[in-house]
Design a protein around this ligand. Structure first.
Ligand code: 5GP
Ligand code: ZN
Length: 113
């Protein structure tokens, strides 16, 4: 989608520090990390948010969570624990309107709202 930051990152028009890529997902380091591990996992396909998912998205979602588990292991946070967060809409704090999952860990996380 035009003028979508993460579509541009997926297309390679904007550089990113990629940590995983396959035919349907891309994972890259967040530019403003909130913890020692802060990875963004995005579908390559433009989906606005978790609110616009459909039952047809189920395999993609399973694959995103599989990617998160694998990355958690690779980055050594699978045993210590981590968070997977997806913000939705304005009050949810979603600043980029392309579905993305934050994989955050490497320190004890607080609940901030
Ligand atoms: P949101 O606030 O929408 O849940 O998350 C968007 C995330 O994208 C933020 O954590 C922000 O730091 C990250 N971000 C914004 N612009 C860029 C960018 O150009 N490159 C990378 N790697 N991350 C970005
Ligand atoms: Zn997009």
């Amino acid at each position: 989608m035009e003028n979508c930051l993460f579509c541009k990152i997926v297309a390679g028009d904007i550089p990113s520090n990629k940590v995983y890529e396959d035919e349907s997902v891309l994972a890259f380091l967040d530019i403003a990390p909130q913890a020692p591990v802060h990875i963004l996992i995005v579908p390559k396909q433009h989906i606005e948010s978790a609110q616009t998912l459909t039952p047809q998205s189920d395999p993609l979602l399973c694959h995103i969570f599989e990617t998160a588990r694998n990355l958690a292991k690779e980055y050594g946070i699978d045993q210590t624990g981590y968070r997977i967060i997806t913000n939705v809409g304005q009050q949810g704090g979603q600043s980029v309107k392309h579905l993305h999952f934050h994989l955050i860990g490497g320190r004890t996380l607080k609940w901030e709202n």
